[in-house]
Design a protein around this ligand. Structure first.
Ligand SMILES: C[S@@+](CC[C@H](N)C(=O)[O-])C[C@H]1O[C@@H](n2cnc3c(N)ncnc32)[C@H](O)[C@@H]1O
Length: 395
């Protein structure tokens, strides 16, 4: 049975300034997607120019190079077809529908020209995220990152001991939604939360617009001109999705909510479980995340986490960022009132890793399971005066 994936709008802060900012951001992201083809083709043109600058006898040694570049251009065209589908469906996205549409983008005059490399990197990362979350090729990566989290949820809330649909699980920083989808697929009531429009546009597309398994083909690695053992690795296709997201059991409850985790989730003692994968280091202030997770969990609720501490705002001079080692993060977690039930300090895993690349990043992640005690001793810490006002955004 096809299940529509519920979505809610990024909360509006009401004033005209805020609305303008949201509108501009929406257009900026649409504009980045729309600029993909031109931007990546420019990179290919640079490679072509370099080739033509080679001495004639060197060019003759590389008879397949120009055809390879033409193949890359064909792959860019294919990727752009997927991007057009992603953009096309953004207009119907949010329930409380934003009043602007992707087609207004060109007329808005509000997006930066030229599109910044920073924005194009986000588009490129979003395409790679389809591999991690929705392809057979990403299975190994998902097993390493999502597997331990899912197993732990099943261990803490076994289906033979509880009605899983009564167990509410929140997945903040849900990316393209696969972890949240898998949890819902097991019968739990699961909500993914995400604040990046790149991710939200792409997850909306894959979750709601997939007719069947492996309908779509992407060429996610075409921008990688280095570390290819085979030239053909660069133009390797990846089909997605490996499962049809529309085929959730009719009893499943799955929603995606747009917005900042710290702004949207302020209702106390709302969730049975919070599951975070590669998320806590996205914070300006990781203490605020820990504090909020503690606050929104029911007494006795669990926080399950797997990930590294690659602080996202590290090295961004204009951004506030507190970077703490795991030893300190761990101490703060206990100081805030959590009890550690399980902890594995060394779990190897990767993140949107091209398995054919000669360059390989492997994270030595921490995995832990914490419980908010049934009898709370630390509410004074969890309810600091800075806590945002209560606001419920349940679907
Ligand atoms: C490194 S990715 C991990 C995605 C996914 N959990 C996974 O394991 O593939 C972190 C995600 O958190 C999102 N994110 C960062 N800060 C957030 C916030 N304050 N509220 C909601 N989502 C956030 C980012 O947009 C990004 O998609």
């Amino acid at each position: 049975m096809a299940q529509p994936i519920t979505e809610e709008a990024v909360p509006q802060n009401g004033d005209r300034n805020g609305e303008m900012q949201e509108r501009n951001h929406f257009f900026r992201v649409i504009s980045a997607f729309k600029s993909y083809k031109t931007f990546v083709n420019e990179r290919v043109s640079r490679a072509k120019k370099s080739f033509h600058s080679l001495p004639e006898h060197h060019q003759q040694l590389l008879p397949d190079y120009l055809p390879h570049l033409e193949n890359i251009r064909t792959c860019i065209d294919h990727n752009f077809e997927i991007i057009k589908l992603i953009v096309k469906h953004t207009d119907q996205m949010f329930e409380n529908s934003n009043q602007y549409s992707s087609s207004d983008c060109e007329n808005s005059g509000s997006f930066p020209k030229p599109v910044l490399t920073f924005d194009m990197d986000k588009v490129s990362t979003t395409l790679k995220q389809f591999v991690r979350d929705w392809s057979s090729e990403g299975r190994e990566e998902r097993d390493a990152c999502y597997g331990p989290i899912i197993e732990e949820i099943q261990r803490r809330f076994p289906s033979h001991k509880c009605n899983t649909s009564n167990i509410s699980v929140l997945v903040p920083g849900a990316g393209l939604g696969r972890l949240a989808y898998e949890i819902a697929n097991l019968g739990y009531t699961c909500q993914g939360n995400e604040f990046s429009l790149y991710m939200l546009f792409a997850s909306h597309f894959v979750l709601n617009k997939t007719p069947e398994v492996e309908t779509f083909t992407l060429y996610p690695w075409i921008s990688q001109f280095s570390n290819n053992k085979l030239m053909s690795n660069q133009i390797r296709p990846v089909r997605f999705p490996d499962v049809n997201p529309a085929l959730l059991p009719s009893s499943a409850s799955f929603s995606m909510v747009a917005g900042d985790f710290l702004e949207i989730y302020s209702e106390k003692e709302r969730w049975d479980c919070v599951a975070t994968s590669y998320f806590i280091d996205t914070a300006h202030n990781v203490l605020a995340y820990i504090e909020n997770i503690y606050k929104i969990l029911k007494p006795g609720g669990y926080w399950i986490n797997l990930g590294p501490l690659l602080y996202h705002f590290d090295n961004l001079p204009k951004e506030m960022s507190i970077e703490l080692g795991y030893d300190v993060v761990r101490r703060v977690i206990t100081d805030m009132g959590f009890e550690f039930l399980r902890e594995e300090p060394s779990v190897p895993s990767t993140y949107i890793q091209d398995r054919c690349s000669m360059l390989r990043y492997e994270y030595d992640c921490v995995f832990f399971v914490c419980q908010k005690p049934v009898h709370r001793l630390h509410d004074d810490i969890a309810e600091s005066p800075e806590s945002p006002p209560q606001e419920s955004h349940q679907s």
